[in-house]
Write a protein that binds this ligand. Structure first.
Ligand SMILES: Nc1nc2c(ncn2[C@@H]2O[C@H](COP(=O)(O)OP(=O)(O)OP(=O)(O)O)[C@@H](O)[C@H]2O)c(=O)[nH]1
Ligand SMILES: [Mg+2]
Length: 224
């Protein structure tokens, strides 16, 4: 756990820091709105398939919508390079020891992508099922990506994330025949902590379920 997280701070300083973070998050959402951008914060464990989902989204939507990406990782710029190879502007935030992005980091990154030219901005958070859910970034939609290889008990064990997210993407559904993962159990556990959470099941590899995801993005873009 990093030393920037609420979990290692006493309650009062944590509240103070989150207060500043929340104010910055409000500024961020205002800037996104002024630029008529639909913004999403993509969270999930390391390797759950976040960058793969963005790559596939660019393939499917890149000729119709102008997409920008902010990538968050502890080290390296591998994910931003993957996105740039798809012809989309991407800015990499390297957090060092911090296991999440925060609103100030995102604000800084926003000045490195051409906001006035974009319809949609994805922020891929640091791979982590805990800390990112404590920090509002100032986006329209918080998404958690849970792959079927991670186990179907995760919404019960990590409820903060599933409460924070508006959308749950169950990824790598092509691997369902090989793992013990009960989709209806996951949905029911997720809805127990967040009755309104929208769930979609997809596979990047087999191109299954992408229609629902693309519809959600188109709907979000139209609403901005
Ligand atoms: N079988 C299968 N593998 C997938 C699918 N989506 C992603 N993967 C694989 O999962 C691995 C991790 O994918 P990434 O997209 O890099 O995962 P990530 O969440 O961005 O990882 P971090 O940025 O390190 O947290 C890669 O080997 C992908 O090829 C899928 O739909 N099916
Ligand atoms: Mg990634």
């Amino acid at each position: 756990m990093c030393d920037n997280c609420g979990c290692t701070l006493t309650i009062s300083p944590a509240i103070k820091i989150l207060d500043q973070q929340d104010k910055q998050a409000l500024v961020n959402i205002q800037i996104f709105r002024e630029n008529r951008i639909f913004s999403l914060n993509i969270m999930g464990s390391p390797g759950s398939g976040k960058t793969s989902l963005l790559e596939k989204t660019i393939e499917l939507l890149g000729d119709r919508l102008k997409i920008g990406v902010i990538e968050g990782d502890l080290e390296e710029s591998l994910d931003a390079e993957r996105i740039r190879q798809k012809g989309v502007p991407a800015y990499q935030i390297t957090t060092g020891s911090a296991c999440h992005l925060d609103a100030f980091m995102v604000r800084h990154a926003m000045s490195h992508i051409p906001l006035s030219d974009l319809d949609i901005v994805f922020i891929e958070n640091v791979g982590n099922l805990v800390c990112p859910a404590v920090y509002s970034l100032g986006v329209d939609c918080n998404v958690v990506v849970l792959s079927v290889t991670e186990g179907d008990d995760k919404p019960a064990k990590y409820p903060v994330m599933f409460r924070f997210a508006q959308v749950l993407v169950i990824s790598k559904s092509d691997l369902l025949p090989y793992v013990d993962f009960d989709i209806s159990k996951v949905i029911s556990l997720a809805r127990k902590v967040n009755p309104a959470i929208k769930v979609m099941e997809l596979s990047i590899k087999n191109n299954i379920g992408m229609d629902g995801w693309i519809n959600l993005l188109n709907y979000g873009v139209k609403g901005t």
